[in-house]
Ligand binder design. Structure first.
Ligand code: GTQ
Length: 351
């Protein structure tokens, strides 16, 4: 500001004198409070699995799943260190469970998604029903449902945890409880929820067992992959996304969880995507194949090489584009349902 000295002094004295009353002038911060466009403090980042995996395995030697309650390495946005957040609203972590271990039962108001990254045969139990994990499966833990994880597998099992932890922290709406037993009793056959809700059919008389959250716990990879393959052969390829589908809550067609949307997409071999940006920052897990992503913001550009089990984040309003010479499958999640509920979701598809 180019105010004359006496004005500057007048203002500074005002700020100083009113500060004890917890008063502060809007005009000094208005531009930052109401920015012309999103100015996320987050940065684009990549976690190569080959670099992360040794630390996951070391964590398996350092602490048991039971002692840790959840043995997870948090993927922290480099610009938000110490905040346990990958974007301002979302949390991401890689959870390890070893043969014979149990991550004890608890429940919390935070919603969780699990995306299986490595290994077969661990399970998660939600509300009395077990779901066996396979790579590429997308599994849900609805808000306030009891859940524990265990493994009768041969080797380590690793999955991506996506939670709305920072969002609930923002709203100061987090509650949590520990269960009485290490593992909750199984009260329903595995696959019951999928049989009821996963076949384009639904029970004749039912209400929503988990409120705003999908009644399907597990969306198996085999089904998602089959859909993408069929569409890649027969449907037009989207110039930005390749072939991309969103997971749905079959009861209302909306996102599987009220706070998080999830997606799976296939970039066909030879795909050179166009650039886009949107207000919902997104976290990606590379499922199969190879590719590259460019992420650009405020004159800073990253190009990340993508191979299976890598993770990366595209923050809000960063321009991104995807490429693949040999084909690539990507899972992703974002806070889009919240943007849409508030009427503030915005996407620009650049040409
Ligand atoms: O599995 O319940 O990565 O409560 C963070 C918090 C996983 C879980 C996380 C959790 C969980």
């Amino acid at each position: 500001m180019n105010a004359p000295l006496n004005t500057t002094a007048l203002r500074e004295q005002l700020y100083k004198d009113m500060s004890p009353l917890n008063l502060t002038p809007l005009w000094e911060v208005l531009h930052a409070l109401v920015p012309p466009q999103p100015a996320s403090p987050c940065v684009a980042a990549l976690w190569k699995y080959e670099q992360v995996r040794p630390f996951l395995m070391r964590s398996g030697e350092a602490i048991t799943a039971e002692e840790a309650v959840r043995r997870v390495l948090i993927l922290e946005n480099p610009a938000l260190r110490g905040q346990s957040a990958i974007t301002q609203s979302l949390y991401a972590g890689l959870q390890l469970i070893l043969p014979g271990e149990v991550a004890p039962s608890h429940r919390h108001t935070q919603s969780a998604l699990r995306f299986i990254v490595e290994g077969h045969g661990a399970y998660t139990s939600v509300d009395g029903e077990r779901t066996t994990m396979h790579p590429g499966d997308f599994i849900i833990t609805p808000s306030w449902t009891w859940h524990d994880h265990g493994s009768e597998a041969q080797g380590p099992v690793v999955w991506l945890d996506g939670l709305d932890i920072p969002m609930l922290r923002f709203f100061d709406a987090g509650f949590a409880e520990n269960g009485d037993a290490k593992s909750q009793p199984v009260s329903r056959a595995e696959g019951a929820s999928f049989a009821r809700y996963g076949h384009n059919m639904a029970p004749v008389r039912h209400d929503a067992p988990f409120g705003a959250t999908s009644p399907i716990f597990s969306y198996p990879y085999a089904r998602s992959r089959e859909a993408l393959d069929t569409l890649e052969r027969d449907a037009p390829i989207d110039a930005w996304d390749g072939v991309k589908l969103r997971y749905v809550n079959p009861q209302n067609g909306g996102s599987p969880m009220p706070t998080m949307a999830t997606f799976m997409q296939k970039l066909p071999a030879g795909f050179v995507g166009k650039a886009w940006r949107q207000t919902d920052g997104a976290v990606y897990s590379v499922v199969e194949g190879q590719g590259e992503v460019d992420i650009e913001h405020a004159g800073v550009r990253h190009t990340f090489p993508l191979t299976p089990r890598d993770h990366f984040v595209v923050p809000s309003w960063h321009t991104a584009r995807l490429r693949s010479t040999s084909g690539c499958v990507l899972f992703s999640y974002s806070d889009r349902p919240v943007h849409q509920a508030l009427g503030i979701h915005k996407e620009e598809r650049l040409s």
